[in-house]
Design a protein around this ligand. Structure first.
Ligand SMILES: [Fe+2]
Ligand SMILES: [Fe+2]
Length: 387
């Protein structure tokens, strides 16, 4: 990964020139001491006995899933890019308490129109449920299936970040005095919000079950498609594009504290999406898996339909500078970007970049405020430049 991260215009490096043959006979490897996903050494039941020595790890034995290398030994790395993701993630530190919400309280109570309040509240209602789902998916389902520690360590950080995002929404809800009982239940009672969550639950259901061995090719394929959906659609499109209605308010000087909170979250999500796509590409390469074009088409169509219904609800009345049409077209434009990063065909050919300012929101320098200097201070080593 490049040391300089330009918000969301990163390239996914070409997949490493690995072939499945490099690991010997895969079926033989899989036959060794299944069904556990991890090595003898991890469980401490090595046949040679507890007091005997073990041979050094060969990094080439590591795999994204179903690996045999010791899961507790970090280096030598096979996936140094995963370690770079972890280092970069640690350069985006903040807590929601550090961002002033005082002006937002005034804006929310006195300046927002009913239509703007409707948009703002429903974006929060959707996001907060989504982030809990994201935390559980990575922490309880995906992470356990990774068989190289450098992958799990980044995902451990991601789990923390998803919890931090939930705290951020809760902080916004508390400081603005929004009825918690009502807003947290909104995704259950509003069909257009529930539709996105239900779609995500359905697509992630197969992997949100612990202990499913990925030695079966169909299960492995299902896992790859589910993780692809999670990284490219759920995080890469629905989150990335999901902040934009609040950024539209911010551009008019409204809800700037909440918007800044979302900018921090967006920076995390850019990395989550990039990491997930990188893992999926590596997984497909290692396991010699092909994505079914029809299954991918269904995924994009379902995601677009759910997003269109959601946009139609939250923006049933357009607000100044933003409407449902813009939101959906930008979803299509970002979806095409995710497809390119995955190395697959663009699903929505010709979609236009109708919100060119959205990418700039990942750059906190663009929207100056007095807390921004703190952001710069938090960045260590100067390696992560948001420009
Ligand atoms: Fe998140
Ligand atoms: Fe995320």
């Amino acid at each position: 990964m490049k040391s300089t991260l330009h918000f969301d215009d990163w390239d996914v490096p070409a997949a490493l020139p690995l072939s499945i043959e490099a690991f010997g006979n895969v079926e033989e490897l899989r036959a060794i001491d299944r069904p556990g996903l991890h090595s003898h050494a991890e469980r401490g039941d090595d046949a040679a006995g507890e007091n005997s020595s073990l041979p050094p790890i060969d990094a080439e034995q590591k795999r994204i899933v179903n690996g045999q290398a010791d899961i507790n030994q970090l280096a030598p790395f096979k996936y140094p890019w995963a370690w770079s993701f972890f280092l970069n993630a640690n350069r985006n530190h903040w807590t929601p308490l550090e961002i002033s919400m005082a002006q937002d309280v005034h804006d929310y109570q006195h300046k927002l129109t009913p239509a703007e309040r409707h948009v703002f509240e429903n974006v929060l209602a959707y996001l907060t449920t989504s982030d809990i789902l994201a935390m559980r998916n990575i922490g309880l389902a995906v992470m356990e299936k990774m068989s190289a520690p450098e992958l799990q360590i980044y995902q451990a950080r991601q789990v923390y970040e998803e919890a931090l995002h939930t705290w951020t929404y809760q902080h916004c809800i508390e400081t603005l005095g929004i009825d918690q009982r009502e807003i947290y239940n909104r995704y259950r009672v509003v069909p257009e919000i529930h539709g996105k969550i239900a779609l995500a639950n359905r697509r992630l259901h197969g992997v949100l079950q612990s202990g499913r061995p990925l030695t079966d090719r169909d299960t492995l394929h299902e896992f790859a498609l589910a993780y692809l959906f999670f990284a490219a659609v759920f995080e890469g499109c629905w989150f990335y594009n999901g902040f934009s209605p609040v950024f539209a308010l911010q551009r008019r000087g409204l809800m700037k504290g909440a918007a800044e909170q979302l900018q921090y979250i967006m920076r995390d999500e850019v990395l989550h999406c990039a990491f997930g796509i990188r893992v999926v590409r590596q997984l497909l390469e290692e396991e010699n898996l092909q994505m079914d074009p029809e299954a991918l088409r269904r995924m994009w169509d379902e995601a677009e339909a759910a997003e269109a219904a959601y946009a139609g609800y939250i923006l049933r009345e357009p607000i100044l500078g933003y409407n449902a049409g813009l939101h959906i077209e930008q979803f299509r434009y970002i979806a095409n970007r995710r497809a390119r990063q995955l190395g697959i065909a663009e699903p929505f050919s010709g979609a236009a970049n109708v919100l060119p300012w959205l990418d700039e929101q990942a750059n906190l320098r663009k929207e100056k405020n007095f807390f921004e200097t703190r952001v710069t201070e938090y960045q260590t080593g100067g390696a992560l430049v948001w420009e």
